[in-house]
Design a protein around this ligand. Structure first.
Ligand code: ADP
Ligand code: ZN
Ligand code: ZN
Length: 739
């Protein structure tokens, strides 16, 4: 090790997005002593160049100074993220035990990760020309859109940015071009977007008493950290609460991040926000182009935009004037990243709120057990909306016992009768089945052969539409066969139920009705989900059939009957999270019924009508269910009464992961593990996936701190295990899925 001497030249420690949990040392550029932490730098890395992030400045290196290379370039004049956000990323890297370079990388848009300059494309501004000032708009009446845009210019009488034009009229470009051609307006070549915090466009609804209370409570928190859990049944007006609180944040000149679990929910909310707010709004999710995400990130960073609407990773977007973070549908497990950097956007939102000293608002109809527990511990304030806003009435639940009942592709006779009754009233029906494809199993009636994926421990799903057999785990597919490969009989039969199969039956039962199937297969094409949703909202659809896509926040005002075809598949799972997820799903799906002024009905088909989960949930409500479930978790010392980390390992050869995990157990023995339970190694619930054998080890401790201290000691040693090079491992801190 080289001695630390002040004679050494300045050295920067750089986080580089590579899967190594360490920093890399470089010499700074000639004449530069310090580079502020967080600054992007271009560095030589092996035979290539990489963009890294300066973590700190030092004069020491464990390497010989002569061996250090200088950085190639400093990419930012000053760091793009604040000191607090820098701390957030360091915290996240430590907590999730994930390489700092990768964590930084997740917080920046791809463009900036690649080293692109952090500048926004200059925005065009337009203003009335001298000629335009004296023109009577009626002279443009042959082109209504030009006339409309021209009148907007006349009413503003100052320069107008492209952003503002967008807010006025989405299709402003051709009209502006024509006006430019006619020299009625001119292009101005300057300046940044001016955001005016003008009065709301559409006035807020008169809030009810519970909404007023919630709005006031949250608004009182502006300017310091706190977490509020807004628990409100679907349709109780949570979004209205968000909007009225956001207005207060905007009035203070501050910015808001709103996180949603699903990309498909952004257009709806964006539309509602646009009608309400006249400030600039940015979007951030994975369906946007690289340059759109680049702009959104910088618009927030520079304070040009006031509201950011996005999914999980939008949480990291820097804010010039941070005001509030909102997470809608906080219970949703899509806030937890399930691969790579396995962070929880909900948990990190709270850490970020604390660092930035701003409030965090979590909203949902079905709070996660963790959040309810935090309310109980007085860490979060609970705000409730218990009535549906407006005149909407709560739906009625019915359990249909389908034991020994004749089913037509999953539909019981009483359910079919209910569907008919609803359709006769010209109301919509929503059917929920969480399995796509025609049937999950193709079985031979004479020899019991089953079509299985040769790379996974699972059967192939029948997709009749495409005449394919598909593995839903590794993507393997083959042609649908008619003849049994084992006994050559032609007796291959579908077993079980998928959305395609129910759709076929519905088409036979209701040939006159418009039926739409919404699942991952039917919404492959870009824009097709939006098309379907439009049709539903315009009342052009009578029966909607779909997977969990339907459970998430979409508004279907004319739906009055909702049925969950198969509740039982969720009742028996080895993952302790399953019952919580099932209860949330039932309540969420039910929330789609009777949203407008028509009462709704929710039917659950089950062979377990006496199952305590169902009876408690339906008779006493979600809150009572949650209390019962929390009590069970406490008895079993499961989260939130303990903390878990799951070490997953896989390889093509089944022996190596096992040997690796046994070594891990041995290491755990040698370090002070502070009472950590070591569960495993065991095979993963689905042991073989895409040709790999999966094993796992679960670590659990009653104290977060103790678990973390164990991981701090353990993780660096994993790299030294003999099998480490033959396997792939990943660590999942606070896993939400034990799969
Ligand atoms: P949530 O987000 O809880 O599902 P929303 O905010 O979308 O609920 O509200 C559901 C419906 O009720 C919307 O159509 C909304 O416009 C309406 N609404 C909300 N608050 C009020 C209110 N105070 N008065 C009248 N209607 C309201
Ligand atoms: Zn056979
Ligand atoms: Zn497979």
């Amino acid at each position: 090790m080289a001695n630390s001497t002040s004679k050494n030249p300045p050295i920067v420690k750089v986080a580089i997005p590579v899967p190594l949990n360490r920093l890399f040392d470089y010499l700074t550029l000639e004449g530069i002593d310090q580079i502020p932490p967080g600054t992007r730098v271009l560095v030589p890395f092996g035979k290539t160049k990489k963009v890294g992030f300066v973590i700190n400045n030092t004069n020491n290196s464990e390497l010989k100074i002569e061996r250090l290379k200088p950085i190639i370039a400093i990419l930012d004049e000053s760091p793009l993220i604040s000191e607090k956000d820098f701390q957030l990323l360091q915290w996240a890297s430590r907590y999730y035990h994930y390489p700092l370079g990768e964590v930084f990388s997740a917080a920046f848009p791809a463009s900036l990760r690649k080293g692109k300059k952090a500048i926004l494309a200059e925005e065009k501004h337009y203003k009335l020309s001298a000629k335009g000032e004296c023109l009577n708009p009626d002279q443009l009446k042959r082109s209504p859109r030009q006339k409309h845009v021209f009148e907007l210019f006349q009413s503003k009488n100052k320069s107008v940015s492209a952003t503002t034009l967008n807010l006025w009229d989405k299709n402003w470009r051709p009209a502006v071009k024509a006006l430019l051609d006619k020299e009625l307006i001119s292009l101005e070549s300057h300046a940044t977007t001016v955001i005016n915090f003008s009065t709301p466009r559409e006035s807020p609804l008169p809030a009810n008493a519970q909404q007023i209370y919630a709005i006031n409570q949250i608004s009182a928190e502006l300017g310091h950290f706190s977490v509020s859990l807004l628990e409100g049944i679907t349709g109780s007006g949570k979004t209205e609460v968000y909007m009225q609180v956001i207005q207060r944040v905007l009035d203070l000149g501050l910015q808001v991040i709103v996180l949603l679990p699903e990309i498909t929910l952004t257009p709806q909310l964006q539309e509602r926000f646009k009608q309400r707010f006249s400030v600039a709004l940015s979007l951030s999710h994975s369906k946007l182009t690289e340059s759109q995400r680049h702009s959104a990130w910088l618009e927030m960073q520079q304070g040009r935009s006031c509201i950011l609407l996005g999914t999980r990773s939008a949480l990291f977007t820097p804010l010039k004037n941070p005001g509030l973070i909102i997470l809608d549908e906080e219970h949703d497990s899509s806030f937890k990243q399930q691969e790579g950097f396995r962070f929880s956007a909900r948990d990190l939102a709270i850490v970020r709120g604390k660092l930035l000293n701003i409030p965090v608002l979590l909203g949902t109809a079905t709070p996660s057990l963790e959040s309810l527990y935090n309310v109980e511990k007085k860490r979060y304030q609970l705000l409730q909306l218990s009535e549906r806003a407006g005149n909407a009435i709560k739906p009625k639940f019915l359990l249909f016992d389908i034991r020994n009942k004749k089913l037509q592709d999953g539909l019981s006779e009483p359910l079919i009768a209910q569907i008919k009754k609803t359709l006769a009233k010209k109301e919509q029906v929503l059917l929920f089945l969480n399995r796509r494809g025609f049937a999950p199993v193709l079985i031979c009636h004479s020899c019991a052969w089953v079509a299985r994926c040769h790379r996974c421990d699972t059967s192939l799903v029948i997709h009749y539409d495409e005449k394919k057999l598909r593995c839903h785990h590794c993507g393997y597919q083959q042609h649908l066969i008619n003849q049994c490969p084992s006994c050559n009989s032609g007796e291959l039969k579908p077993l079980g139920l998928g959305t395609e199969r129910v759709e076929k039956s519905l088409l036979e039962l209701f040939p006159e009705q418009n039926i739409i199937r919404l699942d991952r297969d039917s919404t492959q094409r870009k824009g097709s989900l939006e098309d379907h949703l439009d049709k539903i909202n315009q009342g052009k659809v009578d029966i909607i059939l779909g997977t969990q896509m339907l459970a998430k926040g979409h508004h279907f005002p004319n739906v009055t009957l909702v049925a969950i075809l198969d509740v039982d598949s969720g009742l028996f799972s080895i993952d302790f999270h399953a019952t919580e997820k099932l209860a949330q799903l039932i309540i969420q799906v039910a929330g789609r019924a009777g949203r407008a002024e028509k009462p709704g009905k929710v039917i659950l088909q089950t062979r377990q009508p006496d199952h305590p989960l169902l009876t408690v949930l339906l008779k006493e409500g979600y809150n009572k269910f949650a209390k019962t479930a929390l009590a069970e978790r406490q008895l079993a010392s499961l989260p939130p009464f303990s903390f878990q980390a799951l070490l997953r390992v896989y390889a093509t050869n089944p022996a190596d992961p096992q040997k690796f995990l046994i070594s891990v157990c041995n290491i755990v023995q040698t370090i002070n593990n502070l009472g950590t339970l070591v569960l495993g190694p065991v095979t993963a619930p689905m042991a073989k996936r895409a040709g790999n054998h999966h094993f796992q080890l679960l670590l659990q401790n009653a104290k977060r701190k103790n678990l973390q201290s164990l991981l701090d000691q353990l993780i660096p040693q994993l790299y030294t295990i003999k099998e480490a090079k033959k396997i792939r491992w990943s660590l999942d801190v606070d896993p939400v899925d034990l799969y």
